[in-house]
Design a protein around this ligand. Structure first.
Ligand code: SF4
Ligand code: SF4
Length: 389
């Protein structure tokens, strides 16, 4: 059932000496919506958008810094704060990206531990109301967290139309699996269902969530989410309801939320508050904030179809990494078969493991955890275009 009401704060960053102070204020304005205690949480996980090593494409470091400062102000112990993401296997890992954009340094200096989502065996989870995804894999740090602080950035997106609070959770799916699940959404509308399925798992299983929305510089146009045009909005929003926050972000940019497939789907499934009259705006009024925000330019339908085709077909097929056995190193201990979350490794009357390519989810845990380093990995490359799995 959807909530009756939620609070969203909108804060003008220009009204504060630093962005960090604006962020702290934005979170304090929505504290009455917290039904959890920050100080009793053992694992508070910050989830920024770490897409690629390019500052404009990621959540800004000052947003991470602002949230850490807020938690310190509330006397949360640093040892209980973590940060992580999974950008997808065809790019570098999240730590490399975090280093490039300046987020890693901030975490390191404050003692916040970085969690690479791919480094631990993911959990196999069911999505009760899933349409495209009914069971899938979720990164361990997400599943283990007591509170998630989601740090999305508003950008256009070649397949999903826009990425924001709901879409940012796509990163909880480890590595190359994201690309595999893209294949289930052949059109932008179907991909919207996949995003809503994933969000439904979050909505029903991770009840303690805070969203701090980076609207300082948004990305728009057909080249998002990597190389779109940057536009200054100089705002920060905070809340506990992703659908409400995405709805308000689009209201500021004069875009109908029903044009965004995953928002339309989330609204239909009542995964949050979508009606403006049920969203209490605090801080700036919507009217005031709109004066600062030019129209958010989203890609047209044709561009979305092209984006969807390219990402879900070619990129996945060519960049997928697969495990390859080095028989010279393998000692036949069979541990890889035990840890494989997809039961994709078999020993059929053989000393050596056999990879069942149809079942393999490319998590590469076998490679990571083989004590003999006997499992190497390789990209399928251009030949992957002709593979059925
Ligand atoms: S864990 Fe490594 S050494 Fe053991 S069977 Fe698997 S590949 Fe061979
Ligand atoms: S075979 Fe290796 S890469 Fe494939 S699903 Fe199993 S553990 Fe993951």
């Amino acid at each position: 059932m959807s909530k009756n009401k939620t609070i969203v704060s909108i804060v003008n960053i220009e009204g504060f000496p630093t962005t960090e102070e604006a962020i702290i204020h934005a979170i304090e304005l929505i504290e009455s919506d917290f039904h959890f205690n920050l100080n009793s949480a053992k694992q508070i996980l910050l989830k920024p958008n770490l897409l690629i090593g390019k500052k404009d494409a990621c959540t800004q470091p000052r947003f991470v810094k602002g949230v850490i400062k807020y938690l310190q102000k509330k006397e949360v112990q640093i040892k209980n704060i973590f940060i992580g993401d999974s950008p997808g296997q065809f790019k570098k890992n999240a730590i490399d990206i975090a280093k490039k954009v300046g987020i890693y340094e901030i975490c390191n200096n404050s003692g916040v531990v970085f969690k690479e989502f791919e480094n631990e065996i993911p959990y196999h989870e069911k999505i009760e109301d899933g349409e495209k995804l009914t069971d899938y894999y979720v990164s361990k740090p997400i599943k283990d967290s007591d509170i998630i602080i989601n740090l999305p950035k508003l950008k256009t997106h070649g397949e999903a139309t826009m990425t924001g609070a709901i879409k940012n959770y796509w990163g909880i799916i480890p590595g190359g699996l994201k690309a595999k699940y893209h294949l289930l959404g052949k059109t932008p509308y179907e991909f919207g269902k996949c995003i809503a399925d994933n969000f439904s798992w979050v909505y029903h299983n991770k009840l303690n969530r805070i969203i701090v929305y980076d609207l300082q510089k948004i990305m728009q146009g057909t080249m998002g989410p990597v190389s779109g045009k940057m536009v200054e909005w100089n705002l920060v929003m905070a809340g506990t309801d992703e659908l409400a926050l995405d709805t308000i972000a689009l209201e500021l940019g004069e875009v109908d939320p029903d044009l965004i497939p995953h928002l339309k789907e989330a609204k239909k499934r009542e995964l949050g508050v979508s009606e403006l009259e049920k969203i209490e705006i605090v801080g700036m009024s919507l009217k005031e904030a709109k004066k600062k925000t030019p129209k958010f330019k989203i890609p047209g339908k044709r561009m979305l179809k092209i984006g969807s085709y390219i990402t879900s077909r070619i990129v996945y097929k060519v960049t997928k990494k697969i495990p390859i056995l080095n028989k010279n190193k393998c000692v036949g201990c069979q541990e890889c078969a035990q840890i494989c979350p997809a039961d994709a490794i078999e020993f059929n009357n053989s000393r050596y493991p056999e990879f069942q390519r149809e079942k393999c989810i490319s998590c590469l845990c076998c490679s990571e955890l083989c004590s003999q380093q006997a499992i190497e990995t390789k990209r399928r490359g251009i030949k992957g275009l002709f593979k059925g799995y």
